[in-house]
Design a protein around this ligand. Structure first.
Ligand code: PNS
Length: 162
């Protein structure tokens, strides 16, 4: 039986922490789908089309990584794609409570789907999309914390706004 995993999230923007988890997932599972939630935030920095394009470009050399979007319940999307695993990254104990609740709720909604937690490399353990956006908006350096393409796109957004 081949194992198809879904790695869901907002990815606004994709960070090197996400990339690390996706690469680990791509080694562990036969195929991993990066599933970007539509309308997760009311005013995202990157449009859905931009987030999909960035993730596809970053993983262009990974044939078993697919990028897709989803709406509605995650477990319904996972079942529709005939996947059996949800992958989530755990950075610190502070992530645990929310992740624990989601994993158990998802299990209640569909007991056939397992959630697997993976830890990113320690140098990414403090990175979040929210902090990246805040640091960049205030003029801080995010080099090394996001893929180069994200850095370029962030700079382009800043240039347009100036
Ligand atoms: O990157 P994020 O914002 O932490 O991802 C959260 C996400 C997309 C995994 C979560 O909000 C989600 O699964 N939303 C879909 C709606 C759903 O299924 N809600 C019930 C989850 S228990």
């Amino acid at each position: 039986m081949s194992t198809l995993a879904v790695y869901p999230g907002s990815f606004d923007p994709l960070t090197n922490g996400h990339v690390d988890i996706i690469e680990r997932g791509a080694r562990l599972f036969d195929r991993i789908i990066v599933a970007i939630l539509v309308n997760a935030e009311k005013s995202p920095l990157f449009t859905m089309a931009e987030r999909v394009e960035i993730a596809r470009k970053v993983f262009t050399d990974h044939p078993n990584v697919e990028v897709d979007t989803f709406e509605g319940l995650l477990v319904d999307y996972v079942a529709k794609r005939q996947a059996n695993v949800i992958v989530r990254g755990l950075r610190a104990v502070s992530d645990f409570e929310y992740e624990f609740q989601m994993a158990l709720m998802n299990r209640r909604l569909n007991s056939k789907i397992e959630t697997v937690f993976m830890m990113p490399a320690e140098q990414y353990s403090y990175i979040s999309s929210r902090l990246i956006k805040e640091v960049f908006a205030l003029g801080g350096r995010v080099h090394g914390l996001v893929p180069e393409l994200v850095e370029t796109r962030l700079r382009e957004k800043r240039a347009v706004r100036m």
